[in-house]
Design a protein around this ligand. Structure first.
Ligand SMILES: *[C@@H]1O[C@H](CO)[C@@H](O)[C@H](O)[C@H]1NC(C)=O
Ligand SMILES: *[C@@H]1O[C@H](CO)[C@@H](O)[C@H](O)[C@H]1NC(C)=O
Ligand SMILES: *[C@@H]1O[C@H](CO)[C@@H](O)[C@H](O)[C@H]1NC(C)=O
Ligand SMILES: *[C@@H]1O[C@H](CO)[C@@H](O)[C@H](O)[C@H]1NC(C)=O
Length: 417
């Protein structure tokens, strides 16, 4: 029986990859330049095509946001979007526009709507875009602090900046790297909202309250990397990372009105959970915070994930599987076990280094793969496709897998009956 299920799962993985032709794919990331700007940007090196590597995505209506951290020189704009009706190699549009999306010629910000460097963004159900800006340029070479780290909230209907909160010094650490942002809306009103921002560089979660325009830092031992999970091999390249908590996703509200934040460090194979009751309480006693993180389980060797998201329609947590060039899932209504956390997609070509995953509110999953290990540690071949966005309905992706509401075996029996 066990062998049969392994064979069927392998068959399923193969079929799923065939089901997912890339919606977008690029050899290098290029922009929707106006007039002859591209030529002059190449000449003055405000655009160096090979230095642009995307790490985050989020869909809102006819836009797909794509973020490019300022790792190196020559990144025109960090926060961008493409139109969904575009061609496979659709050009990026800086957000909110060319003028304010880019830095000025002396390397400073032009307005409070300019995002300097962001890894991942989030769209909430009130049509708002939440961005966590690290404020730095040339992050991997010659770091420059261009602006203060901040959280920005945009109204997507008219691109106005609803809020910009600059973090106080005590909320951050010297090694802070803010990687992702999950958003909880309390009640029916959009005003009461909390953002949970992972600080991968210094092992913390920064909580931001929109209503109070205040932020605080939460630390816990489980936000640190696991020494057993620091070794990676992706795209034929071995590397070692000691990255802490890098991504979190929120459950639906529970009976007590609070959600659970499902979180994980990058260099870890464990799944953790923490109630937002504790996170939202700025004055929560240290012992409560210390004891407030629950270990749900371990997904097994080589299951490190950079990002995760929960699809509210199916109640499934999806997470990238970096060392397996794929995607895993877990149905929150089922016990956490190896069988219930399968690899449902894997393709060493289409999904080499899956970096971000997002469920949109129409029940589609979006996956970004970007060959990051080649970008950081070896040379990329820009004659090949390096960056891809794949998408499929979440229900299609989990059909027949243990993440489906009906179990795999129930389905098998159902089919045979
Ligand atoms: C794609 O959508 C955008 C925005 O909705 C629109 O401005 C543009 O004309 C559309 N392009 C095509 C080729 O349909
Ligand atoms: C480089 O050229 C672009 C496009 O003309 C311009 O927007 C930008 O300000 C220039 N940058 C510098 C550093 O001169
Ligand atoms: C954008 O829309 C919001 C309401 O959704 C409104 O309060 C705000 O004034 C608008 N801003 C601009 C610049 O039009
Ligand atoms: C952004 O800057 C403009 C112009 O300086 C100002 O009117 C506006 O209040 C600022 N918005 C936020 C959210 O800080």
């Amino acid at each position: 029986m066990a062998n049969l299920s392994i064979i069927l799962l392998l068959l399923f993985i193969y079929q799923a990859a065939a089901l997912l032709p890339p919606r977008f794919q690029w050899k290098t990331m290029d922009f929707a330049w106006e007039g002859a700007e591209r030529e002059s940007a190449l000449t003055n090196e405000s655009y160096i095509p090979v230095n642009n590597m995307p790490t985050g995505i989020a869909r809102w209506r006819d836009k797909l946001f794509i973020t490019i951290p300022r790792w190196k020189k020559g990144i025109p704009s960090s926060l961008n979007y493409v139109y969904l009706n575009g061609t496979q190699d659709a050009p990026l549009h800086p957000y909110p526009n060319w003028n304010e999306g880019c830095l000025s010629s002396d390397g400073t910000v032009i307005s409070n709507r300019t995002v300097v460097s962001t890894f991942r963004v989030n769209v909430d159900k009130c049509d708002r875009l939440w961005v966590v800006d690290n404020g730095v340029s040339e992050m991997s070479t010659d770091v420059k602090q261009v602006s203060d780290p901040a959280v920005l909230v945009f109204d997507l209907n008219n691109d106005s900046l609803l809020k910009k909160h600059i973090f106080k010094e005590e909320v951050l650490a010297d090694t802070s790297v803010l990687t992702s942002i999950a958003v909880e809306i309390v009640g029916k009103n959009c005003d009461e909202a909390y953002a949970y921002i992972t600080d991968m560089g210094s092992n913390a979660i920064v909580v931001y309250s929109l209503k109070d325009d205040d932020a605080w830092r939460v630390e816990n031992h489980y936000f640190h990397f696991d020494p057993h999970a620091g070794v990676y091999k992706v795209g034929g390249i071995d590397f070692y990372w000691s990255d802490g908590v890098s991504s979190g996703a929120l459950s639906q509200p529970k009976k007590d009105g609070y959600c659970d934040l499902y979180l994980h460090p990058t260099s870890s194979t464990k799944q953790f959970r923490m109630s937002t009751k504790l996170l939202r309480d700025k004055d929560a006693p240290k012992e409560d915070i210390f004891n407030g993180v629950e270990i749900i389980g371990d997904r097994g060797p080589k299951t490190q994930a950079t990002a995760c998201d929960i699809d509210p329609a199916t109640n499934v947590l999806f997470y990238t599987q970096v060392c397996k060039n794929g995607l895993g899932c877990w149905n929150l209504d089922k016990p956490f076990s190896r069988e219930n956390t399968p690899l449902i997609l894997s393709d060493c070509n289409l999904m080499e280094f899956p970096n971000d995953v997002k469920a949109d509110k129409d029940g589609n999953l979006w996956i970004l793969s970007d060959r990051q290990s080649r970008f950081l540690y070896e040379a990329m071949d820009f004659g090949q496709v390096n960056f891809r966005v794949l998408t499929a309905p979440t229900s299609t992706l989990i059909q027949g897998t243990p993440c489906d509401r009906r179990s795999f075996f129930t389905r098998l029996v159902g089919r045979q009956a």
